[in-house]
Design a binder for this molecule. Sequence first.
Ligand code: NAD
Ligand code: UDP
Ligand code: UDP
Length: 331
Amino acid sequence: MQRQNSQQGRIDRKSVLVTGGAGFIGSHLCERLIEAGHEVICLDNFFTGTKRNIEHLIGHSRFELLRHDVTFPLYVEVDEIYNLACPASPIHYQHDPVQTTKTSVHGAINMLGLAKRLRCRILQASTSEVYGDPAIHPQTEDYWGNVNPIGPWSCYDEGKRCAETLFFDYLRQHRLEIKVARIFNTYGPRMHPNDGRVVSNFVVQALKGEPITIYGDGSQTRSFCYVDDLVDGLMRLMGTAADFTGPVNLGNPGEFTIRRLAEMVIDMTGSKSSLIAKPLPADDPRQRQPDIALAKRTLGWEPRIPLKDGLKLTIAYFDRLLRGTSVETAS
Ligand code: NAD
Ligand code: UDP
Ligand code: UDP
C-alpha cells in the first residue's frame, strides 16, 4: 500500500497489480515499476506469458508472482491496476476465441470490481484493433471504428471494445478513476517467437535462414512502437490527473510497408532468406498509423526509439533465444 517518504514528505511507493504481467509488454512494465521503487504483484495464468520473462524479478523483495486467471474474482489490496491480461496475437486469441472474449470481458468486470472495492486507479490495455479496418487515416481517438462483429478476429476486437465500454460505464456509474490506452503494434525483446506477429516472424525467419513470409503483396502498412517507449506511455497515462480518462492512442506514427520491414530485417541480420508471398488473412487492415497528438498534449509523450534501433535490440534478443543462451541478463 502507499508509503509516506518521510524525507521528501510525499507518497512515492505504490502497490501495483499488473495482470498479464508475465507477457511481453507486462514483463517490461513490471520491470519498470520495480525500478521506479514500487511493489508489484504480477498476475498471469501463463497462457501466452512465461516465467522466463520475469525470472530475473523472482526473488526481488518488492515482486510477487500470482498464478491466476482474470476471468475469476480476485481479492488483493493494491493502489493501482494495469489490466493487460489477454492473448494479443491472432494465433493465440483464435486458439480459444470464447476464452478470449471471456478474458477481455469477464476479466475487465473482475478487475473493475476490484478497483471499485479498493477505490483505486485502473488502466486498460486496449488496442488499435478497436478501429478495425479503419476508414480514416491516421486514426484519432474520436473515430468509432470499422469492426466486423462476426469474423474470426472479432473475439479480440469486440472483446476489447466491450472492455472499453465497461471501463466507461464504471466511470459513469461508480465514479472510478479509469485510464484507457489504445496500443498500436508494439515490438521488442520477449515477444513470443511463435506468435505469428510480423516482427517476430520476420526476425526468426531471417535468423534461421528460412523464407520471409509476406502476406498479400506486402504493401499494407503498420507503425511499430518499441516496447520501452510504450511502457513509458502507459506509466505516464497512469500518472495523469484524475479527470483524464483517455482513450488515448499509444504507438509510433512512423509508417512502414510490410515489404520494407522485411527488407530492413534481411539487411540488419545479413540473412540470405528470400521473400515469399502468402495469402492475406481475412479482415487484415490495409493501413494502420496512430495519430498521437492527444498523447503528446496530455502525457508529454512520444516514442523516442527509431525502428532501426528497436529492431537491433529485438534481433539480438531472438538471436540469443535461438542459440539457447540467457535472454534476460543482456536485454
Ligand atoms: P502477451 O500475450 O505477451 O501478454 C498477455 C499476457 O496475459 C500473457 O502473459 C498471458 O499469459 C496473460 N493472460 C492471458 N489470458 C489471461 C487470463 N485469462 N488470466 C490471466 N492472464 C492471462 O501479449 P502482449 O503483447 O504483452 O499484450 C499485452 C496487452 O496489450 C494485451 O491486453 C494486448 O491486447 C494489449 N496490446 C498489445 C499490442 C502489441 O502490439 N503487443 C497491441 C495492442 C494491444
Ligand atoms: N470482484 C473481484 N474482487 C473484488 C471485488 C469484486 O474480483 O475485490 C469481482 C466480483 O466477483 C464481481 C465483479 O468483480 O463479479 C464486479 O464487481 P462489482 O462490485 O462491480 O459488481 P457486483 O459484485 O455487484 O456484481
Ligand atoms: N504479416 C506478414 N507476414 C507475417 C506476419 C504478418 O506479412 O509473417 C502481415 C500481416 O498480414 C499484417 C501485418 O504483417 O498485415 C502485421 O501483422 P501482425 O499480426 O504483426 O499485426 P496486426 O495485423 O495485428 O497489426
